[in-house]
Design a protein around this ligand. Structure first.
Ligand code: SAH
Length: 352
């Protein structure tokens, strides 16, 4: 029998599975308490389950499947990057970002990325494969356990801003969101989850209708369709006008403001005229613009914006009343900043 991957099971799925195997329903809550409350996956340690039952359960479930290859801590100790590798050589990364008031995990949803944005390392070679719901949740759980052991702290926030385009792996990502936010499972607050997308029109409508009420960040990066197409190949398939309508629907349905992400790249999209056009585009929106100065990616010819250009850009937005933040992403020294998560060491594998 192929084993079931525990972290990919919603509570309902776990209960149904146990029922189908004639195992008492309350075993589901015993298991979820051990795993999600006590951070224990070793069945031998689950002392309130009988020996026979533990033997049976070990034939049914696989718990930890990710092999941690490296864990790097940035000099300021605020960023930790985890590299997970599979038997076939494929690897992906997750990042823990520490702040005084929160512990955020930046999760990956795919190995590689189909979007291939001009400035991003993750999509340089396209998509290798989707991560499963189990693998998405396991990243968070493993980092949570590590944090608990190190400092007694918990993971409080999740951002789907690691490798991959989450809306291109819709089923796995939404199942993971259910598991991460179920109070009897990972138990994170919905308000503390944010999904970032390059913009896939039909999936934005669908996500709105799921009723999760999680935050949505949209990777805009340009104030008009023409320039956006140059930076984001996906933009050709999903015109900005249509995406803005979908985002409006998301915002109205969930009663949540959209975050517009804008990676500033020298000369490409960091000029005053871009700021003016952006302010005009977003004049009717109650939103936040998140400016992210480009983080250098090996092999790309793009340049980081000058401080002067960033300041001018911000001043124009301020004058137009556009609320914005500028995120100098952490963890550059360990290549854990936005867009720097890569297919580490897969080069020699020659996978296509
Ligand atoms: N595919 C999703 C999520 C992954 S990227 C999306 O496109 O939104 C998460 C954020 O990191 C995006 O806003 C992206 O623009 C930003 N980013 C990617 N590469 C970057 C780089 N080299 N420098 C700065 N920001 C980058």
């Amino acid at each position: 029998m192929t084993k079931h991957l525990f972290f990919g099971l919603t509570l309902q799925a776990l209960q149904d599975l146990l029922e189908s195997l004639q195992i008492k329903k309350f075993v589901a809550s015993q298991l979820t308490q051990w795993v999600y409350e006590k951070n224990v996956t070793d069945l031998n340690l689950m002392s309130n389950l009988s020996k026979d039952l533990r033997a049976k359960l070990s034939d049914i479930f696989n718990f930890e499947t990710l092999r941690l290859e490296t864990k790097e801590v940035s000099k300021d100790e605020q960023t930790v990057k985890y590299l997970w590798r599979f038997e076939d050589g494929l690897a992906f990364e997750s990042v823990l970002i520490l702040a005084p008031d929160r512990q955020t995990v930046c999760v990956s949803s795919q190995i590689g990325c189909p979007a291939r944005c001009a400035f991003c390392a993750s999509g340089k070679k396209g998509l290798f494969r989707h991560l499963t719901a189990h693998e998405i949740v396991e990243q968070v759980w493993r980092i949570h356990r590590d944090l608990q052991q190190q400092s007694g702290q918990s993971v409080t926030n999740i951002v789907f801003m690691g490798m991959g385009e989450p809306l291109e792996n819709y089923e796995a990502v939404t199942t993971a969101i259910r598991i991460l936010t179920d109070p009897s499972l990972m138990g994170l607050s919905k308000r503390r989850l944010t999904l970032s997308t390059v913009g896939i029109e039909d999936k934005i409508y669908r996500l709105a209708d799921e009723g999760f009420g999680i935050g949505l960040a949209f990777s805009l990066h340009a104030p008009n369709q023409k320039l956006r197409e140059k930076i984001i190949p996906y933009a050709r398939k999903y015109p900005l006008d249509d995406l803005l309508k979908a985002l409006r629907y998301y915002s109205q349905t969930t009663k949540k403001d959209i975050t517009f992400e804008y990676t500033l790249i020298r000369d490409w999209n960091d000029q005053p005229e871009h700021a003016l056009e952006l302010a005009e585009l977003l004049s009717s929106w109650q939103c936040t613009v998140n400016l992210i100065p480009y983080n250098p990616v090996e092999g790309l010819m793009l340049k980081i914006p000058s401080t002067k250009n960033i300041e001018t850009f911000r001043r124009i937005l301020t004058q137009a009343g556009i609320h914005h933040t500028c995120r100098y992403t952490k963890g550059r020294d360990i290549a854990a900043a936005c867009g720097q998560l890569a297919l580490k060491n897969t080069e020699q594998l020659n996978l296509q």
